[in-house]
Ligand binder design. Structure first.
Ligand code: ZN
Ligand code: ZN
Length: 83
């Protein structure tokens, strides 16, 4: 008979909390690696995120335009650098 303690899921999460946090932050472009290059072409700075595409990744201008030539009604967000 398998007995699972109630706090076992929390212990699993705590052990991987930093990994979850970094992944969450990268979705919003808040990590150093997320600030770098476009994951699609690796040639341009990743500045654009589409609220309607499934991937939700930051892309460069060129890749954003090429992905949206046939879907002009998607909502795009532009990341702005603040010094
Ligand atoms: Zn690109
Ligand atoms: Zn889109």
């Amino acid at each position: 008979m398998l007995i699972v303690k109630q706090d076992e899921p929390l212990r699993v999460w705590v052990a991987r909390a930093k990994e979850y946090l970094l992944e969450f932050m990268s979705q919003y472009g808040c990590t150093e690696e997320a600030r770098n290059m476009c994951p699609c072409c690796s040639g341009g700075e990743a500045l654009y995120r589409c609220s309607d595409c499934v991937t939700n990744s930051l892309l460069c201008e060129s890749c954003t335009i090429s992905r949206h030539t046939d879907i002009p009604l998607h909502r795009l967000k532009v990341r702005v650098h603040v010094n």
